[in-house]
Design a protein around this ligand. Structure first.
Ligand SMILES: Cc1cc2nc3c(=O)[nH]c(=O)nc-3n(C[C@H](O)[C@H](O)[C@H](O)COP(=O)(O)O)c2cc1C
Length: 373
């Protein structure tokens, strides 16, 4: 029987287990978006994951979402990633990079601010946008989003090229794979949303036109990795960051069908409404399964027993965990033993700051050693 410990192939990349680390922004890079040694320590601690999908990483300076989130568009950033990836490999792990452009999910704190780029400059629901940055006392706080402006055709093409350059840089840094972040209301999701994308050119209107940006971004990434090592994360039913879509099925089915034909490595389904107690996992699987023949990774509010069931039933090929990896660096070993799991709220230290609330969660073995005999 297939279970979470059955190896899984993504093209020629073999995962020793199906326990994936979901991408998790923690804002521990420098203000110039250079990865730091504490990030290396964090991922090395979690090298037992079948695959680490490293946090959302800016593909261009115009992507100005969260402060101290990493980038991969300067030589210093690429060098730092190279060291981090080598350390994860030395620890026996595999690591993909999530390529990210925030689009209208951005806060520019310069005076005057530069308007972020978005499909149509829709700014009537800015309160729906979540962007974090350094607050007055050093703690990270939610910032007011800067109103965006519609992209020109040339800016769309430049941005697609930036995904290609980022994939090339990820390859040079030694990453095993890359994933397009097309979920959670960021730029590719903004193009997919008929509410945020009101364009009347080839980039808007029909479901096919709205899916075009995400398709072309993946197309720009494909020359740099074998198709099996390129993935996409989508959240078709999510309302996060205001990317509303009353009928997401046609655009997403078109997108995923096309990607399947190109042999894409995986689709990761982020159940981002799970935070409000609404689960769209079945609806997402019903959307994707008939049109995508490759591996599907499910995510969002899934506990390990449910993950085992989903994989055993062939409903999903793998499960990615977010919060459980934050507080359990040895999640793979804990799942193998049937738990227990550290479950802690760490608000205040999720984004920004030092190694506390980041690299100081003990393994089961460390917990046992620390317990009085
Ligand atoms: C601190 C934090 C940072 C996150 N950063 C990202 C990110 O960089 N990219 C992304 O696609 N999702 C991100 N997410 C969403 C998670 O990948 C995941 O979808 C979410 O936590 C639900 O899964 P879970 O119930 O297993 O935690 C983040 C979530 C949290 C809690």
């Amino acid at each position: 029987m297939t279970d979470l410990f059955t190896p899984l192939s993504l093209g020629d990349l073999v995962l020793p287990n199906r326990i994936v680390m979901a991408p998790l922004t923690r804002s521990r890079a420098t203000p110039d978006r250079v990865p730091t040694p504490m990030m290396t320590a964090h991922y090395v601690q979690r090298a037992s994951a079948g695959l680490i999908i490293a946090e959302a990483t800016n593909v261009a300076p115009q992507s100005n979402a969260w402060e101290c989130a990493p980038g991969i568009f300067t030589a210093a950033q690429v060098d730092a990633w190279r060291g981090l990836v080598a350390a994860v490999h030395s620890a026996g792990g595999r690591i993909a990079l999530q390529l990210w452009h925030g689009g209208r999910v951005a806060a520019d704190r310069r005076d005057p601010p530069e308007a972020p780029l978005s499909p149509s400059g829709v700014n009537d629901n800015l309160d729906a946008i979540t962007v974090w940055g350094q607050g007055p006392e050093g703690r990270f706080v939610k910032l007011a989003a800067t109103p965006s402006r519609a992209m020109t055709t040339a800016e769309i093409e430049d941005t697609i090229a930036a995904y290609g350059r980022a994939a090339q840089a990820a390859r040079e840094a030694g990453f095993d794979a890359v994933q397009l972040h097309a979920a959670n209301g960021y730029l590719p999701n903004q193009f997919l949303s008929p509410y945020l994308n009101r364009r009347t050119d080839a980039w808007g209107g029909s479901p096919e036109n709205r899916a075009r940006f995400a398709l072309e971004a993946v197309t720009a990434m494909l020359p740099h990795f074998a198709p099996g090592r390129v993935g996409i994360r989508i959240s078709p039913f999510a309302t996060i960051n205001g990317a509303l879509d009353p009928d997401p099925v046609p655009a997403y089915a078109h997108l995923v069908r096309k990607l399947g034909r190109r042999g894409l490595g995986w689709v990761e389904l982020a159940d981002s409404n799970c935070w409000s107690g609404r689960f769209d996992r079945d609806a997402m699987l019903d959307l994707v399964r008939p049109v995508f023949g490759g591996p599907v990774i499910v995510n969002g509010g899934i506990d390990p027993p449910t993950a085992q069931q989903l994989v055993a039933a062939g409903r999903a090929e793998a499960v990615s965990f977010g919060r459980l990896w934050i507080t359990n660096p040895d999640l793979t070993a804990r799942i193998r033993q049937g738990g227990p799991y550290t479950v802690k709220r760490i608000s205040g230290r999720l984004y920004g700051g030092g190694p506390d609330g980041y690299n100081d969660f003990p393994t089961l073995e460390e917990e046992r050693a620390a317990r009085p005999a």
